[in-house]
Design a protein around this ligand. Sequence first.
Ligand code: SF4
Ligand code: SF4
Length: 413
Amino acid sequence: MKEHFTMLTDPRFCLSNGVTQRFGMGPMPKTVRLNREGFAVDAGIKKKTLVYPYMHLATHPAPGKGDLFSPIYGVVTDITERSVFVDAVEPDEELKKLGASVEKLDLLSREERGEELVPVLKGLGVNTKSLGQKCETLIVNCLNPDPGVTWAEPMLLSHTKTFALGMEMLRRLSPAKRIVLAIPSNMKFRHRDVDIARVPYHYPASVNALVIKSVTGKEKPEGVGIVGIHNVWSLGRVALTGYPLVETVITIGSLIHNGNYIVRDGSTIGELIDFANIELQPGDTVVRGGPLRGESLDKLDRSITKGASGLFIVESGTIPPMEGHSPCVACGSCSAICPARLRPDMLSRYAEFGLHDRCYDEYITSCLECGLCGYVCIARRPVLQYIRLAKEKLGLKLLKTAGVYAERVRQGE
Ligand code: SF4
Ligand code: SF4
């Protein structure tokens, strides 16, 4: 990976913003759309079921994937393959009684550690896949993931109790012998019994693979894992409240607004934009996630799920829009900026014409999905989107091949 990036001095790519205000609470949603892809919905949950905060709704078969809970008092209005829809209702006495009957779990007084703790956290809605990864050294990536996202510094410096509890739970969960906090090199911070590594703080330095390189000096070193500070916040949140995780922290940003909020799982984009007093204009683009790595949305009824980093409005005219079929003019800018030393021009062309195997030969799996190639593209090609599409197609192909292989093994061939 490259040591230096041409954008290191561009202030728009600075990931250390000096923001330390505590998070505000987001709106109480009128409607939520909960992602249930891969989850088995509980037997009693169907259309018209009344639900209350922290009520268990669905379970995922993966041990490291947290269960799904209702974030509000409401009524289930629809259940599809991908989502559970809930409309808020004013609870009657009976529903209030059910809401009040949810018991707090005192996580800190429990004995479980390591793998024994995984099902407990799963039952509290926490995803533990990256938190419990097997490694000797675990790095906590404490940088804001994308330019414009500003929650990492207050997560570390202002919500100190949640962070300390998150770290306590991480020590109990992780098999790592050493935990290292990777923080921006210009930040003053100490945390007891934890090593600190100071790393560059201009994008793309926050991308996990580049943080690992900065901390260890090596690309893909053995025995090193990495987890985001957002995941540590989730651990701290359930340890602090004693209730299942039904919230996430996001930055809501536009030209006139930037704030960090604790928002309920499944809050819709439209309600959050209204809450932030942002008036959408024709031609504005709504992005879920960070401005460089996020996905643009065409419908305001889409929602924020646990782990989302932000919601951004890219105002019309501020950045030229992507052109789906715009041809590459071979300017070379994307290859010059790519921190993974790839040829994004070739990757996007192969993907465009369905030549996914050639993408594989061009090391598409080494792409860090930083989004810089699309940002610098003067032809405004959706380079990252093409790359993600090719990765998805290759992944499906591998799964299919593995399925055929498994079937042959099963049949004793
Ligand atoms: S997103 Fe583009 S610039 Fe970033 S690593 Fe992948 S190919 Fe390279
Ligand atoms: S930046 Fe865009 S136009 Fe230039 S080589 Fe890359 S894909 Fe082609």
